[in-house]
Design a protein around this ligand. Structure first.
Ligand code: FRU
Length: 410
């Protein structure tokens, strides 16, 4: 029998450079839609007004943020979903499935008298395409008040699916206020990283960019803006994000490209499986795999920093001799006021780094020091491999096996 925990450690050491952090970590929150996907798999695309036999039929929990949660949970990240839930039979299927996949949905408002949205999906085995017919029975969207009920210190990262724009902007503002507050009052707490996915072809989605530390731009969105490839997309989107934001763009069989906070471009090819079995949710898988890697590095670096700080304090204390301990006590023990002063100083230093971008409202500098060139390159490569593997099997159940197979390869 394989020793999986040792394999996972060695995987992390190779891909990211250290072993995994402890289990009681803060969660990633994914905010957006969940819906029922009714999936019909066909040998070829049906002819209009024909009566065609399918080779497979199944129900699956869908929606971008909901799919992100499934993959994150499979990869071993603690995750919560936030979005409105209807109260009908389909909704019960969705909730049961979240429980099955270890996804916390305890803060989701349940709306009585309406069921959840439904997608009918045609998977075409001949071409590998997935055609989605989506119906939303006017399920009300999440509100800023719903979001304000969360205890934000439970989360290290909040990922927003690009939809419900005015309210999502309000939620991002709530996080920004929280981050500003903890920077001044609790410098050892992790500020929340905000990411956003621009997938659907609505130009208004650009309004979400000024608040995002990490922006995912889909090929569909890029093409709708007239961009022909990944580098053109990244160059143009860079004008709308805040200083130091990370931009990530996946482009199907051309792989993915990303820009680090310091402007370096990293890239990975695609890793297609021998046969395309199920391309539904491949983009959501890619996004989740990136979130998993980057959040891991963020938590790891933070816990290293805290350990180092403790060690430095210990060393400082030990350096004080018995004779002068009394005399130096007040200088060596950093009091609350000094911590606040130090963090105010660091805020001012950060603000001097801001390159003013007058197209955007938020002039904050992105808090993503943990994303360097090699981390982003590893994350993008891992995400391309994971998304490539996903389209080679049905649904999301093959993940554990596939990801552990990657470990064997490394
Ligand atoms: C895949 C998906 C499906 C859902 C549709 C909604 O990315 O989230 O699960 O039916 O998109 O647009």
């Amino acid at each position: 029998m394989k020793n999986y925990s040792a394999m996972i450690s060695s995987f992390y050491e190779k891909i990211i450079g250290s072993s995994p952090v402890k289990n009681n970590q803060q969660k990633i929150l994914c905010v957006g839609l969940t819906c029922l996907d009714i999936i019909q798999t066909c040998n070829s695309f049906p002819i209009e007004d024909s009566d065609t036999r399918c080779v497979d039929y199944r129900w699956q929990r869908g929606g971008n943020a909901s799919n992100n949660c499934t993959v994150l949970s499979k990869l071993g990240t603690q995750v919560e979903f936030l979005g409105t839930l209807g109260a009908g039979n389909h909704s019960k299927f969705i909730r049961d499935d979240m429980i099955k996949h270890g996804i916390d949905y305890s803060h989701c408002p349940v709306i009585e008298g309406v069921d959840i949205p439904t997608s009918t999906v045609i998977l075409n085995l001949q071409t590998g395409s997935r055609t989605i017919l989506h119906y939303n029975p006017n399920l009300p969207e999440l509100t800023v008040e719903d979001f304000e009920k969360l205890n934000l210190s439970d989360y290290s990262w909040v990922h927003f699916e690009g939809r419900n724009i005015p309210r999502v902007l309000g939620m991002m503002q709530v996080i920004e206020n929280y981050n500003d507050k903890i920077k001044l009052t609790k410098p050892d707490h992790l500020p929340i990283t905000i990411s956003v996915e621009l997938e659907k072809t609505h130009v208004e989605l650009l309004d979400l960019l000024p608040y995002a530390d990490v922006a995912f731009i889909s090929k569909d969105f890029a093409c709708s803006r007239g961009f022909n490839n990944m580098s053109e997309t990244i160059r143009n989107i860079a004008r709308d994000v805040k200083s130091g934001a990370t931009i990530i763009c996946a482009w199907g069989d051309r792989g993915a490209m990303a820009r680090t906070p310091n402007g370096t471009i990293v890239q990975s090819p695609a890793f297609p499986p021998p046969q395309i079995v199920d391309s539904l949710g491949a983009g959501d898988t890619f996004t989740a795999a990136i979130l998993h890697c980057l959040n891991f590095v963020k938590l790891r670096d933070h816990s290293k920093k805290i350990d180092q700080k403790k060690q430095d304090n210990e060393n400082n204390k030990n350096m004080v001799t018995d004779e002068n301990r009394e005399m130096n006590k007040n200088e060596n023990i950093v009091g609350d006021n000094e911590i606040v002063e130090a963090s105010q100083k660091s805020l001012i230093e950060k603000q001097t780094r801001i390159e003013h971008n007058y197209n955007i409202e938020s002039l904050e500098y992105s808090e993503t020091d943990f994303i360097n060139n090699s981390v982003l390159h590893a994350a993008v490569t891992f995400a391309c491999r994971t998304a490539g593997a996903k389209i080679g099997f049905k649904g999301y159940e093959g993940f554990q096996r596939i990801c552990l197979d990657f470990l064997d390869d490394l």
